[in-house]
Design a protein around this ligand. Structure first.
Ligand SMILES: [Zn+2]
Length: 68
């Protein structure tokens, strides 16, 4: 459909995203603690957020030149 976004994730990033979204949901629903990510997890999720932002047309920085 027009405006849809297709993402392709490596398994580690998909696992990180699943854990982050699941823990955020449990935190909101029941106050469960959120486990701080490891440095590697934070870096993978950070790269994912940049890619997703670009897919949504958002600049990753004021100097972003990644958008067509
Ligand atoms: Zn960019």
């Amino acid at each position: 459909m027009d405006g849809d976004i297709t993402l392709r994730l490596d398994r580690a990033t998909a696992e990180d995203l699943y854990a982050a979204l699941y823990e955020a949901g449990e935190h909101i629903a029941a106050g469960a603690p959120i486990t701080p990510p490891t440095r590697e997890e934070a870096e993978r999720v950070g790269r994912f957020l940049v890619d997703l932002g670009h897919s949504l047309g958002r600049k990753c920085s004021p100097y972003c030149e990644h958008l067509a």
